[in-house]
Design a protein around this ligand. Structure first.
Ligand code: SAM
Length: 272
């Protein structure tokens, strides 16, 4: 645990140093649980791995540091060109190749990957019709027989109304609403059973799952409010004045919603 990070987070979240330390301890415990669940999926991997929806590359970095062997290969797939360009700048690892591509048409041959994985990406998947199974069919095509398809994501299990009971749930709803402004469908938060059904629909067998408890982030609403206020002009520029109104309503809601974190799950299945 890094004392500088503890102090910086205490300041940002407006909490005591001790509260910040306790939060970091819980986060460390979560990382250990995460590693215990993911490591066995990579142990036998000989073919390349594919990461879907790499975003800014935080999970890409973890994959390279903890799971991809020295002789291994990782393709990081990202739909947005600006984000893919940043990923290319961020990493100088010879094992990594960034592919600017939508999941619906991957520039990889049939059966060429041993594992396809996404973290915190499927709930954010944007498509014209919201049919996630259709958006992922090409990812199954690139998997070799016996290959593993892994989804690691937030879920809404345990909440009767996730939007009013979790500030994180409200944030995720905002992403769905933003996509709707541009006439698209963002998949949004789902239950574990929906992910299991999705993997079944993709034709995967031997589907298993492992749940992870996530500690609540102290000061979550305050930190996210600052971020949203900073991003407001950019959102209005991209989505128009409706996005500004949406951000204002989220900021109002944050004052009323508890800072409950969403649980996470890892679900995986085999291609036959
Ligand atoms: C929340 S971010 C991912 C965070 C990242 N995986 C991590 O764990 O740090 C989701 C990313 O998925 C990308 N994405 C959404 N739909 C996609 C699609 N159909 N194909 C590929 N990438 C997609 C988005 O552009 C975004 O960068």
């Amino acid at each position: 645990m890094n004392q500088k990070e503890i102090l910086e987070f205490a300041k940002e979240a407006e909490i005591s140093e001790e509260e910040s330390r306790q939060y970091f301890l819980k986060e460390e415990a979560l990382e250990i649980e995460e590693q215990k669940a993911l490591k066995p999926l990579f142990d036998w991997l000989v073919l390349p791995a594919v990461e879907l929806g790499a975003g800014m590359g935080d999970f890409t970095e973890e994959l390279l540091q903890k799971y991809i062997k020295i002789t291994g290969k990782l393709y990081a797939v990202e739909r947005l060109d600006t984000t893919a360009a940043r990923l290319k700048e961020r990493f100088k690892d010879l094992r990594l190749e960034v592919l600017q591509s939508d999941s619906t048409s991957l520039p990889l041959p049939d059966g060429s990957a041993g594992l396809v994985i996404s973290r915190m990406a499927l709930h954010d998947f944007v498509s014209a019709d919201g049919d996630v199974a259709k958006a992922l069919a090409d990812c199954i095509r690139v998997l070799a027989p016996g290959g593993v398809f892994v989804v690691y994501d937030k879920i809404k299990d345990g909440f009767a109304d996730v939007e009013t009971q979790s500030a994180e749930g409200r944030m995720e709803r905002m992403n769905v609403q933003l996509a709707a402004i541009e006439g698209k469908v963002c998949w949004g938060l789902h239950l574990l059973e929906h992910y299991i059904a999705l993997l079944g629909k993709l034709g995967l067998k031997d589907i298993r799952s492992s749940g992870l408890d996530v500690p609540d982030t102290p000061g979550y609403a305050g930190i996210m409010s600052k971020t949203l206020k900073e991003r407001r002009p950019a959102y209005v520029k991209r989505w128009g004045p409706e996005a500004g109104k949406l951000i204002d309503s989220v900021l109002e809601d944050f004052a009323k919603i508890p800072p409950k974190a969403l649980p996470r799950m890892i679900v995986w299945g085999l291609k036959q």
